[in-house]
Design a protein around this ligand. Structure first.
Ligand code: GMT
Length: 379
């Protein structure tokens, strides 16, 4: 099948899912066309079946906001026509489903019918999408999609509770490629980050408010009071500066390493002992799953779809949002001796393997088939 994928090309989870999905589809013989404003961060254009089409939005002084949706839908129309695309898959409803719908309609004027699959990822529903300024357009574009998927049961329920949705929503979870981890990093080189006997705690995100970055620091503060340890903070975002300040105020600046954005997530997780994800809302928690496949147990909040990934007392522990004391004491329980840590590490990887791409990819292919059949009805 020839598939056009629209996504955010940045370090966010939806972009990662879209990119890894596209790469796997290309490896299965599909022709995949990424249409976005920059080459996605995890995309290497070394596969014959992968194409990248950049959306340009020319600056014009009259516009306070440059009309990205307009440029995207025009680029979609051109790409779909030029490459005879069979199906459009948009990740993150805002504004991609809306722009996709416009492209579909323009193409229909020319007698071309392209089905659209929309994947809901998280804040496109739970935070941004339900804002009254966006809600009518988001509801409309979800309902106009040929097939809608969401990354967790929790997000599906949240969508049905918040919007007037007339469509079935198919749950397809985030995934990892288990084979990739079997072959990667035998030597983790932990000595570059911590001394012998120190535990390494890690957090990876785009440092937005929703990630509750101060909770990460406060939980770690309590851990390091009991156990020699280091905290590695990976990512960039609006909360980073405040986090650095908080570490200084708490006197733990020398125990916390801020690495910025990284393309070496697996290398970092390879030497990590524990992952912290105390988010305010999290539709799935891809970062937690990536930690688990790298044998890293997770201390998280119990919000959204996280309980579908992090299993209480097995792969880590979950607490109410903001319960720093409980998160810290559970973390210390996992980290206190090698035997307990090893048990959690084993369970984390076992659970993560259930989300292998080989199990998840056919679910997307089924959805594509279903959407494609809707095309046959329309031509
Ligand atoms: O909704 C967001 O925060 C953006 C999005 C992204 O692009 O990072 O993240 C969401 O999608 C991921 C991939 O499906 C999920 O694993 C994340 O849990 C989800 N983030 C939130 O719900 C906060």
């Amino acid at each position: 099948m020839k598939i056009a994928i629209v996504c955010y090309p940045t370090f966010g989870g939806s972009g990662v899912v879209a990119t890894e999905l596209g790469i796997s589809l290309a490896n299965r013989g599909h022709e995949v066309h990424f249409v976005t404003y920059r080459q996605p961060v995890r995309l290497e254009l070394l596969n014959n079946n992968i194409y990248f089409h950049e959306v340009h939005v020319p600056e014009y002084p009259l516009f306070h906001y440059q009309p990205y949706e307009l440029a995207l839908s025009s680029k979609l129309v051109d790409t779909i026509k030029l490459y005879n695309i069979d199906l459009l898959h948009v990740h993150y409803a805002i504004p991609h489903a809306y722009a996709g719908y416009m492209a579909k309609k323009m193409l229909e004027e020319e007698g071309i019918y392209v089905p659209m699959v929309t994947t809901l990822h998280g804040t496109d529903i739970t935070l941004v999408g339900k804002h009254p300024f966006y809600k009518p357009a988001v509801t409309f574009s979800i309902n106009q999609s040929d097939v809608v998927t969401s990354v967790s049961e929790s997000l599906k329920q949240g969508t049905l509770d918040t919007f007037d949705i007339q469509k079935e929503i198919v749950v397809i979870p985030n995934f990892i490629d288990k084979n990739k981890y079997k072959t990667s990093f035998k030597d983790c080189q932990r000595s570059t980050m911590a001394k012998d006997g120190e535990r390494i705690v890690t957090h990876i995100s785009n440092f937005r408010k929703v990630k509750r970055i101060p909770d990460v620091i406060k939980v770690f503060y309590k851990i390091q009071e009991q156990l020699p340890s280091k905290l590695i903070m990976v990512g960039e975002g609006p909360e980073k500066e405040g986090a650095e300040r908080l570490c200084e105020e708490l006197g733990i600046g020398n125990r916390v390493i801020f690495l910025g954005n990284s393309n070496e997530i697996d290398k970092i997780l390879c030497f990590s002992d524990l992952f912290l994800l105390p988010s305010q809302t999290e539709s799935f928690g891809l970062a937690a799953l990536e930690a688990m496949i790298n044998k890293v147990p997770v201390i998280s909040s119990n919000t959204g779809g996280i309980p579908e990934v992090n299993i209480q007392g097995v792969t880590g522990f979950l607490s109410d949002i903001g319960n720093i004391d409980e998160m810290a004491s559970n973390a210390i329980h996992i980290l206190k001796d090698d035997e307990t840590l090893e048990k959690f590490k084993r369970s984390a990887v076992e659970e993560a393997e259930k989300f292998d791409i080989l199990k998840v990819l056919p679910l997307y292919e089924d959805v594509y088939e279903r959407a494609y059949k809707s095309r046959l009805k329309n031509v």
